[in-house]
Design a protein around this ligand. Structure first.
Ligand code: CA
Length: 614
């Protein structure tokens, strides 16, 4: 054979794509035997893999279907693993006389005795943006990625270097503060231009972003949290991925994304018309734009009506639960994805983990819109979402002004509408998150801010629902979105080696900050394990003499909460509260520990807070 012919043959081999186990990629990398749903989808990626015929010879594993897509570089294999025992087996890929074997593993599922309990109203969630909390491993700040980025703490839109190790190093801080669960903004790979520090543009659904850590580091963080009796909530995004996801470089099929190949080719933006689901006058045009338009140009809109996309996403979420034992899920942009697929997802997760909890982000400005999304709602005309928990965005929208201005009647009026929720104990309540202005939007942090903070967190932690704090709230961290999202996602001073001030420690905080921190810590420790506050009934009284009074009760235990909206001290007559005082003459002040006589009136300081245990 002359050299020229040899080279031509070699070239032919490469261009026809001789595949082997080493140059294909299979997702998920492994699965479990003993799952309730017997079906397993494998997405195989490799050059011209669609030309290969897969086969499996392993007891209990049956090949149901092999599906090719429009790109020849994908092959979907559907297996029935209902009867399979844990172990390794080979998937054989055959093309003509050529074949190769790919090793695959079914692990043993965790025993049911270790069932995951989810999170509920007895928990307090603490939301962390991992890039901005603490940098526990500076060696992963600036590392080689496919897409260029520059770590720069001076740039509010760049990556700053925070990571999972930094969170793990501060679990004791969080445990001491008294929160029971941490919700992390998304931790999966965002190999995007500029770094995509916020995590909402996924480029690999099975890999923790290496700038935050590894998959193993994520599991370790959850184990470390569990050892302290704390839970972890995972942020997931089914509506969209990142524009640098491999699916956008080699599109599996034209209907993998919405409006990717719209004719004429034109970018279609979502209109955020979340009312489209119940608006009696909605147009098809607006509803399509809402659900199928893209969130932003860098976040292509996945088509969950494509059953292969749906299966991929659902299976991915179950993989993360089984792999990491993560305790709950917060699902991003809930109404922007296909509602039928999302219902199926909730059902499938709850089928595998019956006590699980999922909270969906449906950013609705009115209570009736939030309640529409909760399972059991009679407002959605029989289209039950199966979604256990929803978010009270309305409270976030009114709380800052109400507490700073002392107009507490707006909070009373807001809670009146709790009646539309099928399950108020699965409504996430919060004063701020990574997408909103801080509760304290501007400087200075002075005594009046401190009063607003104390009343705000007291209210948040004593009304029915699942309270959620946002990192830095305990430090009176402030800021608003007017200059950009980076200003509501500031670094915690002391989270980075060499920071001049460390606010994770008492000495690094101002006296006002320490007063806020101590107040919040006392409340959180009092709330931990407090079933009256977690699951008890609520009764409230219209604001009178600027004071908002409400009761939480369960069995023969009850608490009375007094919030004084006025700057002036009040001697509040107690006669109108007779139905909750029930003739009792004495109570214990939870915050001071002192006994309080329940006489004709109760004295409250200006902007004061009192919690009385009856
Ligand atoms: Ca780092």
């Amino acid at each position: 054979m002359n050299r020229h012919l040899f080279l031509r043959l070699l070239l032919a081999l490469f261009t026809t794509g001789v595949l082997s186990a080493e140059n294909i990629h299979v997702e998920p990398a492994f699965w479990w035997s003993g799952m309730k749903n017997p079906e397993l989808q494998l997405m195989v990626y490799g050059k011209d893999i669609a030309r290969y015929r897969p086969s499996v010879d392993y007891p209990g594993v049956r090949l149901k279907q092999a599906v090719t897509l429009e790109s020849p570089n994908y092959l979907l294999i559907y297996l029935d693993v209902a009867e399979a025992h844990p172990g390794q087996f080979s998937i054989r890929f055959t093309q003509g006389k050529r074949s190769f074997d790919y090793p695959y593993e079914l692990k043993q599922r965790q025993p049911q005795a270790d069932a995951i309990q989810g999170f509920d109203a007895s928990d307090v969630l603490y939301l962390i943006m991992p890039d901005r909390f603490a940098n526990g491993d500076p060696t992963n700040d600036q590392i080689p990625m496919r897409t260029p980025y520059q770590v720069d703490r001076q740039n509010p839109n760049a990556r700053h270097g925070g990571d999972l190790a930094g969170i793990e190093q501060h679990l004791d801080y969080l445990n001491d503060l008294g929160v029971t669960a941490i919700w992390l903004n998304p931790v999966l790979e965002n190999d995007m231009k500029g770094g995509s520090y916020h995590g909402y543009a996924t480029t690999d659904y099975y890999r923790v972003d290496p700038r935050l850590g590894t998959n193993e580091a994520y599991v370790q963080l959850i184990e470390q949290a569990h050892q302290r009796g704390m839970k972890v909530v995972m942020d997931m995004i089914f509506n969209h991925c990142g524009s640098d996801h491999p699916w956008m470089k080699d599109v599996p099929s034209h209907d993998w994304f919405n409006h990717l190949f719209t004719d004429p080719k034109e970018y279609v933006q979502t209109n955020h018309d979340k009312e489209a689901y119940f608006d009696p006058y909605v147009s098809d045009f607006d509803k399509d734009a809402m659900i199928n338009g893209w969130f932003v140009p860098s976040m292509p809109d996945l088509n969950q009506r494509n059953p292969h996309v749906a299966k991929y996403l659902i299976q991915n979420s179950i993989w993360w639960i089984e792999y990491s034992r993560v305790d709950g899920i917060r699902q991003d942009t809930y109404p922007y994805a296909d509602v039928d697929m999302m219902r199926q997802w909730c059902e499938e997760v709850m089928n595998e983990y019956p006590n699980y909890n999922i909270v969906g982000e449906a950013w609705m400005n009115y209570t009736i819109g939030s309640a529409y999304w909760q399972t059991g709602s009679r407002l959605n005309f029989g289209q039950d979402t199966k979604l256990k928990s929803v978010m009270d965005f309305r409270l976030m929208g009114i709380a800052s002004q109400a507490f700073r201005e002392g107009n507490l009647q707006t909070l009373f009026e807001h809670l009146c509408y709790d009646y539309v929720y099928p399950d108020i104990y699965h409504v996430l309540r919060f004063l701020e998150n990574h997408d909103t202005d801080r509760f304290l939007p501007t400087l200075p942090i002075d005594a009046s801010s401190l009063y607003a903070f104390k009343q705000g967190v007291t209210f948040l932690l004593t009304i029915p629902g699942i309270p959620q704090l946002y990192y830095g709230q305990e430090l009176l961290m402030n800021g608003n979105k007017s200059k950009g999202d980076g200003y509501i996602r500031l670094d915690v001073p002391g989270g980075w080696p060499g920071d001049p001030v460390n606010q994770f420690e008492r000495a690094g905080r101002s006296s006002v900050q320490n007063e806020a921190w101590d107040f919040l810590r006392a409340l959180l420790h009092w709330r931990r394990g407090n079933e009256v506050i977690a699951y008890g009934r609520m009764k409230h009284f219209m604001v009178y003499q600027d004071v908002y009074v409400y009761e939480r009760s369960r069995g023969d235990k009850s608490y009375l909460i007094f919030l004084n909206g006025s700057r002036h001290g009040v001697d509040l007559p107690l006669a109108r509260y007779a139905e909750v005082i029930q003739g009792r003459k004495v109570a214990r002040d939870v915050l001071t520990g002192q006994e309080v006589a329940l006489g004709q009136s109760l004295s409250l300081e200006g902007k004061g807070v009192r919690i009385l245990e009856l």
